[in-house]
Design a protein around this ligand. Structure first.
Ligand code: GTP
Ligand code: MG
Length: 347
């Protein structure tokens, strides 16, 4: 048989990626749940300056758990029940059993050696432990590439498209041009939604037809950015696929194809909805088996989410939480800052 001839480099890249070995990952689909999407024609009101997102003014629910614990210790003093209360607070805060146990053991030991007896000293110790636990990770986003390519993955409804929109706005504001790739071809509205964000951010959008091969759309975006001298491509992906298609396999293919073009994939960011707690974490774990993730974006920490989920994510997935979503507005995305985060939890 004569070898098939590919018309161009993109087709060759896709063919190569398809012929490479797919990861041995469960072909299980994520449960289909409809995410709420804002109506396309709806204009989003600009956020008033005064409401600028900070951990302190957005972590409503997350703050409650820890400040209640502190109030209780302050009113009663440090006693045996303190440790039980702390354990309960950490579990309630979605820190997970493993993280909670490890944290408690170290804290108890330290409190004993340092003879910590008053509530303020215990609070200070707890904050220091948590800050140390959460911090010290490399949160830098890779930008070396012509263009650098950031892929966003995660189950549907977690906030991938919104995060790309916010981040694109931030990058454009700081002077870096961005191309957005509408790699979620699952439904036409996904590209429309990303297009709205592109307009708002001042970024360019590359999209394909509904049902198009996501790898092909992302490849085109990278080639376009390369030709236009745009240094950064952010690629959206679908959180689910049409039946009988393997999402993890598709994401691996996207990653491989994206790497074969002129650009370099420098970030693969897993987006997790913090308000889904330990369940969300279990779903997210599937992505770590196939994609080479470089970071987590933890969204919706402003809602009913509990703060301990940040610890659980970092401990269990062993991937740094690089960015945090604190609302639906364009400014509501912050780099994760362990010191500010812990301060806010206890304030
Ligand atoms: N409160 C809050 N809402 C958020 C945040 N991030 C995203 N959302 C909302 O979550 C909903 C889903 O966000 P999308 O960005 O469409 O999620 P997605 O992961 O792209 O979803 P699919 O395209 O269906 O896979 C939207 O209503 C967003 O406005 C956040 O940090 N806080
Ligand atoms: Mg989306």
């Amino acid at each position: 048989m004569r070898p098939r001839r590919w018309r161009n480099k993109k087709q060759l890249a896709i063919a190569e990626a398809e012929s490479e070995v797919e990861p041995q990952v469960e072909a299980e689909q994520s449960p289909v749940q409809e995410a709420w999407h804002p109506p396309i024609e709806q204009e989003v009101e600009p956020e008033p300056e005064i409401d600028q997102a900070s951990f302190r003014n957005r972590l409503w629910s997350a703050r409650g758990t820890f400040s209640d614990f502190l109030a209780s210790v302050v009113s009663r003093g440090v006693d045996d029940a303190t440790w039980e209360e702390l354990e309960e607070a950490l579990i309630l805060a979605d820190a997970g059993v493993g993280t909670t146990t490890a944290m408690l053991e170290r804290l108890k030991e330290q409190a004993k050696t340092e003879k910590v007896a008053d509530p303020e000293a215990l609070a200070a110790l707890l904050k220091a432990r948590m800050t140390e636990h959460l911090g010290g990770r490399d949160l830098e986003m890779g930008t070396d590439g012509n263009p650098a390519v950031w892929l966003f993955v995660g189950v549907n409804g977690v906030g991938k498209t919104t995060t790309i929109g916010k981040l694109a706005a931030r990058e454009v504001k700081s002077g870096r041009e961005v191309v957005l790739a509408a790699g979620d071809t699952f439904r036409a509205a996904a590209a429309e939604q990303l297009g709205q964000w592109a307009d708002r951010a001042g970024a360019e959008l590359v999209r394909g037809a509904e049902g198009a091969d996501p790898s092909s759309v992302i490849y085109d975006a990278i080639e376009h950015a390369s030709a236009a001298g745009v240094p950064l491509v952010m690629a959206d992906t679908a959180g689910r696929l049409h039946t009988r298609t393997n999402l993890m396999g598709e994401l691996s293919k996207i990653h491989r194809v994206a790497g074969k073009g002129p650009g370099t994939v420098t970030e693969v960011l897993l987006v997790i909805d913090a308000s889904t707690g330990q369940n969300g974490l279990a779903q997210a774990r599937r992505f770590t088996e196939s994609a080479e993730l470089t970071g987590v974006v933890l969204t919706k920490l402003d809602g009913s989410a509990k703060g301990g989920i940040v610890m659980a994510v970092q401990d269990e997935l062993d991937i740094p939480v690089k960015l945090v979503g604190l609302g639906e507005g364009v400014e509501d995305l912050l780099e994760f800052d362990a010191v500010e985060f812990v301060e806010a939890l206890f304030s």
